[in-house]
Design a protein around this ligand. Structure first.
Ligand code: NAP
Length: 250
């Protein structure tokens, strides 16, 4: 697929680490100019940008907490000023604050909803104006297997991720006739910082539930996200794609 995204301007939220970094790297390898958004990991984001540039791609890092509408506005103002358009938005940034619901603090509930769900609303709204003017655009939202399978200690995360799938469908309908596609990707258990603790504590039990017999890698997710950013997926919208080694159908 090399070169499939030449001349495209892409924003990937939460691209300093893990799945977002793999997506940013992949989109850049396909020719896109990538804005690597991050919250706090400036060095990691700069390292992703440097690796992309060393490989011959184009990228820059931009700090913004996507749960804050003012910071999201600053991100999009910057991108529109620098590049005059946004072709691709990958809403990847996400956090976990896992705990059983009886011990879940209001703040744990609210922060996960603010980042994982409201953040996608803020970024999508900001991206849709220029995309509607261009009558073209692709938005890919990172949900999770937690959207469709229960997970103990994940009521806040599951609610946000389930919300993302519903948000994806509703948004896709509103903009389908403007040449914009909106889809969701639902990763299973992918080896990143987010899953490190669970892997250490209960890795064998998780692995036993994965028919493919291995944990996923960030690149496993980046491949389908890249497809959903190319014209090969122009007739695909409002869909939710599981990338989980068969975990959700076991
Ligand atoms: P990760 O390794 O923990 O990385 C999270 C990324 O999100 C980092 O780049 C982080 O930036 C960024 N971020 C966090 N809060 C942010 C905020 N308020 N504003 C902007 N950026 C923010 O996570 P991951 O495993 O790659 O997960 C990426 C996405 O896939 C998430 O939406 C996650 O829910 C989803 N997912 C992951 C798995 C899995 O097994 N790993 C499974 C299903 C779904 P900083 O580095 O600056 O903190």
């Amino acid at each position: 697929m090399s070169g499939a995204l030449t001349d495209k301007i892409a924003i990937v939220t939460g691209a300093s680490r893990g799945i977002g970094a793999a997506i940013a790297t992949r989109l850049a390898a396909e020719g896109a100019t990538v804005v690597v958004n991050y919250a706090g990991s400036e060095d990691a984001a700069n390292a992703v940008v440097a690796a992309i540039q060393e490989a011959g791609g184009t990228a820059e890092a931009f700090q913004a907490d996507i749960s804050d509408p003012a910071q999201v506005k600053a991100l999009f103002d910057h991108v529109l000023k620098a590049y005059e358009r946004v072709d691709l938005l990958v809403n990847n940034a996400g956090i976990v604050k896992d705990t059983l619901i009886l011990t879940m603090r209001e703040a744990d509930w609210q922060r996960v909803l603010d980042v994982n769900l409201s953040g996608i609303f803020h970024c999508t709204k900001a991206a849709l104006r220029p995309m509607m003017r261009a009558r073209a655009g692709k938005i890919v939202n990172l949900a999770s297997i937690s959207a469709i399978r229960g997970g103990r200690g994940q009521a806040n995360y599951a609610a946000a991720k389930g919300g993302i799938v519903s948000f994806t469908r509703a948004t896709a309908l509103e903009v389908a006739d403007r040449g914009i596609q909106v889809n969701a990707v639902l990763p299973g258990f992918i080896e990143t910082d987010m899953t490190k603790v669970v892997q250490r504590r209960a890795g064998d039990q998780v692995l036993a539930r994965i028919p493919a017999g291995r944990f996923g890698t960030p690149d496993d997710v980046a491949g389908i996200v890249a497809f959903l950013c190319t014209t090969d997926s122009d007739y695909v919208t409002g869909q939710a794609f599981s990338v989980d080694g068969g975990m959700s159908v076991a």
